[in-house]
Design a protein around this ligand. Structure first.
Ligand code: UD1
Ligand code: MN
Length: 442
């Protein structure tokens, strides 16, 4: 382009020069051909020509200035293009050849062995998925178990959270100190992965999680979504309403968007950590991540059928939750190669339009009818109008009925989807959704 413009300028100048020569020769010929003309006429003619010449020069100057401007613009465009291409190339590299380390958060449970065994067994590639265990709590028996995995495999490593000091807390908060320690540990472990080891992304797993056989393919296949759609900040392996009787077991490939951070096996990008870290909370980091203020209203991806199973009955939240919910969650055992699937249906613009136009064209049903199965349609909408009517419907249908920052579990734009007695059910607000009300559930 640059060479062509140069040529253009040279040709332009030559043409200008030719024009000058032509004008000049006609000027000299004039007295010969027009010998009758008076001196006055000749003077006039000269003036006229001079004027024309002046005009021509300023015209050429204008043209030259325009050409220069164009040249500058082209150079800039070329540079911009190169820059955007560099970004593309960088993103392409991160997507096609990612290194996705698994960060295992451990403390004092020797049962971390169960978690590590599955992580090692199902791992398709050690280079793509190095395992990094971060241990808090300084518990030696647990450390010995971890060591048995790291000793003979350089792709499995361990790091110790160094600050084991007691956290000073007001009296009423002491019984929750476990949550403070967990938050402190997460901050250390994520800084270790992103700042010390400089990884692009990480898959976070707690020491009481089993993984599904297609856990790795799930993350490998969905990982590019984090780059293709900036409205997605996390991908989780967990469905909060993942009980057998609430999911479509024939759809292991099905994924959803959710505004409710599910945790329990999830991928986080370095850029997101760098945004979160300065304001990372002292405790209850998972609920903190459920506040749209902290994640800028972005969403997560979650599966229809969970790719992790929680076996940690004895833990910081003391098992109550475990018996009521976690125990009966289904872990997917029907492997799907997510790297071969087209996942564009999850991109925000496509997904939002499709979901709302589908949901609001469905026939309405009552939760009672969904439960008894006395319905003719195989896809229905159950409507709610307030926190109370949401909770009543959710309870009736066996869904989790709690809110965080006003968001029901698994909700996306106010819509909670599940599958009951062979029927797809959407629990949806009566009016099209505009925002969550943080007072719901308070
Ligand atoms: C619950 C959540 C968990 C979340 C935690 C923080 C469920 C089922 N679990 O924890 O995902 O991270 O709240 O709000 O919803 N740990 C430490 N240091 C400690 C104590 C624990 O690092 O001093 C580690 C454990 O090894 C484990 C994680 O923190 O990896 C969570 O601890 P756990 O005892 O399992 O608590 P939950 O009640 O499950
Ligand atoms: Mn746990």
């Amino acid at each position: 382009m640059r060479i062509n413009l140069r040529k253009f300028i040279i040709i332009g100048c030559c043409l200008g020069l030719l024009w000058l020569i032509a004008s000049y020769s006609s000027f000299i010929q004039m007295p010969v051909s027009g010998s009758k003309h008076s001196l006055k006429d000749l003077e006039n003619k000269i003036d006229e020509l001079q004027e024309k010449l002046q005009y021509q020069i300023s015209d050429s100057n204008n043209l030259l200035a325009k050409l220069r401007q164009q040249l500058k613009k082209t150079e800039k465009q070329k540079l911009d293009y190169q820059n955007s291409n560099e970004d593309d190339v960088d993103i392409q590299r991160r997507i096609t050849n990612p290194i996705l380390p698994i960060l295992v958060i451990a403390c004092d449970r020797v049962t971390v062995k169960r978690c590590l065994e599955k992580l090692v067994d199902y791992r398709p590639n050690k280079d793509t998925f190095p395992i990094i265990i971060s241990q808090d709590c300084g518990h030696n028996a647990t450390y010995q178990v971890i060591k048995s995995f790291t000793e003979n495999d350089p792709s499995v490593t361990v790091v110790q959270q160094p600050d084991l000091s007691e956290i000073a807390l007001p009296k009423e908060a002491i019984k929750f100190k476990g949550y403070y320690k967990i938050s402190r540990h997460y901050r250390f472990a994520l800084n270790h992965v992103f700042k010390t080891l400089k990884h692009d992304a990480v898959i976070i797993v707690e020491d009481d999680l089993d993984i599904a056989p297609d856990f790795y393919d799930y993350f490998l296949g969905t990982y590019p979504l984090l780059y293709k759609d900036r409205s997605i900040w996390c991908i989780s392996a967990w469905n909060d309403n993942g009980k057998r009787q609430l999911i479509d077991s024939s759809r292991p490939e099905l994924l959803h968007r959710t505004d409710f951070f599910p945790g329990l096996g999830w991928v986080l990008r370095r850029e997101t950590w760098l945004q979160l870290e300065p304001k990372w909370p002292q405790a209850y980091f998972d609920d903190w991540l459920r506040d749209p203020e902290n994640t800028q209203g972005r969403s997560c991806i979650r599966p229809e059928i969970s790719r992790t199973y929680n076996f940690g009955k004895v833990g910081v939240s003391k098992g109550l939750f475990f018996d009521r919910h976690l125990k009966s969650m289904k872990l997917n055992m029907d492997p799907v190669d997510f790297t071969k699937l087209n996942l564009t249906y999850l991109i925000k613009d496509i997904y939002d339009d499709q979901l709302t136009s589908l949901v609001y064209s469905l026939p309405e049903a009552l939760p009672e009818d969904v439960i008894t199965g006395s319905l003719t349609h195989n896809t229905v909408r159950v409507t709610y109008t307030s926190a109370k009517t949401y909770q009543r419907a959710a309870k009736k249908m066996g869904l989790m009925d709690d809110f965080r920052s006003g968001i029901p579990r698994t909700a996306y734009r106010g819509i909670v989807t599940c599958f009951i007695r062979g029927r797809r059910v959407y629990l949806a607000p009566s009016e099209p959704w505009t925002h969550y009300d943080p007072h719901w559930g308070r």
